[in-house]
Ligand binder design. Structure first.
Ligand code: HEC
Length: 396
């Protein structure tokens, strides 16, 4: 596909995806907050679940949560669903634009597995569809009564999928597919369980029946799942800016550890206001986990010095000419990139020395670059670049 069209589509779909995503997560956080802060209202009737007063935009808002409204008084309702559906649709579109049509550099890393782009895309799509199918099968079956055990099983499956994908796809594609799989499950939870449950509730209410609270149980369960998946999924969506996560050995374990940190923070936010005793400990655990991760991520990946001899600039220039300038040049020769990605060019000495820290991060400390190791960079060459930078990047 024409790369200029793809580039524009990338921009607009991403922009849209972020806006609707903010809408979805924003309303979801807001309602969690409301539920946590409802207080028993003085005048509340027997169907009231509590009340809250808010101040914003130059006025007071009085909000009462009701489990039932007499049919004659049932007002026109505002539903919250399009934010979720549009986030899902735009997210899948973006996945196609960047990863499936964007050239194999994003999906395939030959030093991980020697796959063709169609094979890699096939694995991606099977993961997304299969992950959703297995999740649904578990939570729709009687197994869902063993909730604690099934939570563990799902977590185990997630670890297995993260491990498996990082062994067949490029690091960043593996991360993105784990996140997209969870995102699809979240949207499906809204579409197939949460919304139908609410429609059923409103229909019963309109017929004058007080809704049976057990109807809402499945919806509640899926809402809790979505709640805990939110922060991990948002991390994945920004993860491609952090090669220190996806571009390392053990990248699958880093991903899972970050998920646990995200879910821990979510647990804290959910329970602290309600006086949850464990909340501070979980938060402390998440902070310690985050610090431990920072330590792991600051450890260099490549081995020590290649030789005692000083590395010369001409050696470095040769490596960069062989492995980087196909893309990072004023006139790229790569089949996919017609312009230097992110404006990064290595045609001149100044362009190379101006980006030492980034080169070190992307090609020495991690293997984020060359993208998908399309140009076949070796570990020795990475070590050579590392040595040269460690020696103060001499220009002779
Ligand atoms: C196949 C094409 C390709 C090759 C070869 C390649 N890169 Fe990149 N590079 C990219 C793309 C695409 C991006 C933008 C990635 C993104 O948007 O996340 C990028 C981005 C970068 C960035 C900017 C990162 C940032 O944070 O903005 C640096 C630095 C970089 N590459 C260094 C290198 C080095 C060093 C090499 C050689 C060892 C290399 N690249 C080889 C495609 C390539």
């Amino acid at each position: 596909m024409n790369s200029a069209i793809l580039e524009w589509a990338n921009l607009f779909v991403r922009w849209f995806h972020i806006i609707v995503g903010i809408g979805w997560i924003g309303t979801s956080f807001f309602f969690i907050y409301l539920d946590a802060h409802l207080t028993a209202a003085v005048s509340a009737g027997k169907h009231s679940a509590g009340k809250i007063w808010l101040i914003h935009s130059g006025g007071y808002y009085e909000v009462e949560k009701l489990k039932y409204v007499p049919p004659a008084k049932l007002p026109e309702l505002h539903w919250y669903k399009w934010e979720a559906y549009l986030t899902g649709l735009s997210g899948i579109t973006l996945l196609f634009i960047v990863y499936y049509f964007g050239g194999s550099g994003y999906m395939v890393d030959r030093s991980v597995a020697d796959l063709s782009q169609p094979e890699a895309v096939g694995i991606g799509i099977i993961t997304l569809a299969g992950g959703f199918a297995v999740y649904e099968a578990i939570w729709r079956s009687p197994l869902n009564r063993l909730e604690g055990l099934m939570n563990l099983v799902c977590f185990g499956l997630l670890v297995a999928i993260a491990w498996g994908l990082t062994h067949v796809l490029s690091g960043r594609a593996a991360y993105m597919h784990v996140g997209a799989m969870m995102g699809i499950i979240m949207v499906a939870n809204v579409l197939f369980v949460i919304q139908p449950g609410q429609r059923r509730m409103v229909r019963a209410n309109a017929a004058g029946q007080v809704p049976d609270p057990t109807w809402g149980n499945a919806a509640k369960q899926r809402s809790v799942h979505n709640n805990y998946m939110t922060l991990p999924v948002v991390f994945v969506m920004i993860s491609n800016h952090y090669p220190n996560t996806y571009g390392r050995q053990w990248n699958w374990a880093i991903l899972i550890a970050l998920f646990l940190v995200g879910a821990g923070v979510r647990y804290f936010l959910n329970t602290f206001d309600r006086g949850g005793k464990a909340a501070p400990y979980v938060l402390a655990g998440a902070v310690v986990g985050a610090l431990a991760l920072a330590l792991v991520m600051s450890m260099p990946m490549s081995g020590g010095a290649t030789s005692d001899q000083q590395v010369s600039f001409s050696q470095v220039d040769a490596v960069i000419a062989h492995r980087c300038v196909q893309c990072h040049s004023a006139r790229p020769t790569d089949d996919m990139f017609r312009e230097a990605p992110n404006g990064v060019r290595f045609d001149t000495k100044e362009e190379i020395t101006g980006l030492l820290a980034k080169i070190k991060l992307m090609a020495v400390e991690t293997n984020a670059m060359p993208l998908g190791n399309k140009t076949g960079m070796t570990e020795k060459e990475r070590a050579l670049l590392g040595d040269w930078i460690a020696e103060g990047a001499p220009l002779d």
